[in-house]
Design a protein around this ligand. Structure first.
Ligand code: NAI
Ligand SMILES: NCC(=O)COP(=O)(O)O
Length: 336
């Protein structure tokens, strides 16, 4: 499967009633004038971008047009009328087709990676979508394509931090059903490999948060550090993976900003996302590690309110496209 730096990136439409069309157009205006970044095309209905868009028949046409027009590969699904800022489950089939097409192009070696625009989980759920989010859906598409499981790891990059998650879209009450020695070991291995292959860090230093306050305070405020996290870290250190024991989650991000770790693995979604979004709400990027394709995304959601005001900021999508472009180049170097 190609993941070449020379291929265009496939950007999905996301929810067309959300911020996706505005931020895509604004990102294209910035990036079409920026040397060194991969060109991209959008899998979408060209009409949602007005005169700035040019419909293309094939991803290979994107690079030639990119400086002058936003290249758009049209969907088969006809979008119903919609109102910007108003969620509508009737848009779900087009949203899903856009994701499927971007992934199919990447599997076929026509695109160098996928950058997803935000979707509303609630809108897709109400139309029968049975995956928690893009992350899990993309992993399923990868498994269907390769025949091998691709356990996905969500990583947020921003504010000087790289933060992977040991559990993703899981209700807090169910975290312990998902945080097992096996799952944590897999997340650490995938993060360590991705740091080398996609971020060019030869010997990554990985910090683990504790699950409990004070990382369990020697077992007096919780036992998961003693029983799950630290034994996994011990085992992996014996294999020369540079991973810490569980450290208090309230300080590990400051330690990381001071240079102690290259990446942190947080045990829960909010534990990891709060520091990144607080430090870098506009520039943070969500990337999925562990897949055979490169995937990035803005760290924010559909921002229906900002979209309705025509005020959606493209910064995070721009950062997501730049990161995908860099990862594609790094992966090509790594894989030789
Ligand atoms: N990668 C994805 O597809 C993601 C999707 N979501 C989905 O987005 C939906 C809305 O979630 P919320 O929690 O409201 O988060 P949100 O990120 O859409 O909005 C939170 C606040 O930030 C503002 N905001 C976000 N992005 C902005 C931008 N680019 N420009 C200007 N203002 C911006 C919004 O206007 C809002 O006030 C949910 O259904 C959720 O499932 C949330 C996060 C990521
Ligand atoms: N909070 C991050 C988020 O919900 C993104 O999910 P996904 O759609 O990238 O799986």
């Amino acid at each position: 499967m190609a993941n070449s730096k020379d291929l265009p990136l496939a950007v999905t439409m996301g929810d067309p009633a959300g911020c996706g069309p505005q931020i895509t157009l604004r990102a294209w205006k910035t990036l079409s004038a920026e040397p060194g970044v991969s060109p991209f095309y959008v899998t979408a209905d060209p009409a949602i971008f007005g005169e700035a868009a040019a419909a293309i028949d094939h991803p290979a046409d994107a690079a030639r047009l990119f400086a002058d027009k936003l290249p758009v590969l049209p969907l088969k699904t006809v979008l119903p009328d919609f109102s910007t800022g108003t969620p509508d489950s009737a848009l779900a089939p087009g949203i899903v087709e856009s994701i499927d097409r971007a992934m199919a192009d990447t599997f076929a070696g026509l695109s160098g990676g996928v950058v997803t625009n935000p979707i509303s989980k609630a809108v897709l759920y109400s139309a029968g979508f049975r995956h928690p989010g893009h992350t899990e859906y993309l992993a399923e598409l990868c498994e269907a394509h390769t025949g091998r499981p691709s356990p996905p790891v969500m990583m947020l990059v921003g504010g000087g931090l790289r933060v992977a998650l040991a559990t993703i879209h899981v209700p807090l009450m169910r975290v312990l059903d998902h945080l097992t020695s096996t799952s944590l070991e897999s997340v650490i291995r995938i993060t360590a490999q991705a740091m080398q292959r996609d971020f060019g860090i030869g010997t990554p230093r990985i910090g683990l948060t504790g699950l409990n306050p004070h990382a369990g305070e020697s077992g007096t405020i919780g036992l998961e550090e003693r029983d799950i996290i630290n034994p996994v870290a011990d085992r992996l250190r014996a294999e020369s993976i540079d991973v810490s024991n569980a450290r208090p989650a309230d300080t590990i991000f400051a330690e990381t900003l001071n240079g102690r770790f290259d990446a942190v693995i947080a045990m829960t979604h909010d534990q990891g996302l709060i520091p990144v979004k607080t430090l870098d709400i506009w520039g943070g990027v969500n990337t999925t590690l562990g897949l055979p394709v490169i995937r990035t995304s803005p760290d924010h959601g559909t921002a229906y309110d900002a979209a309705a005001d025509n005020a959606a900021r493209p910064d995070s999508l721009i950062a997501a496209i730049r990161l995908a472009s860099k990862m594609a180049a790094q992966r090509a170097r790594h894989d030789g």
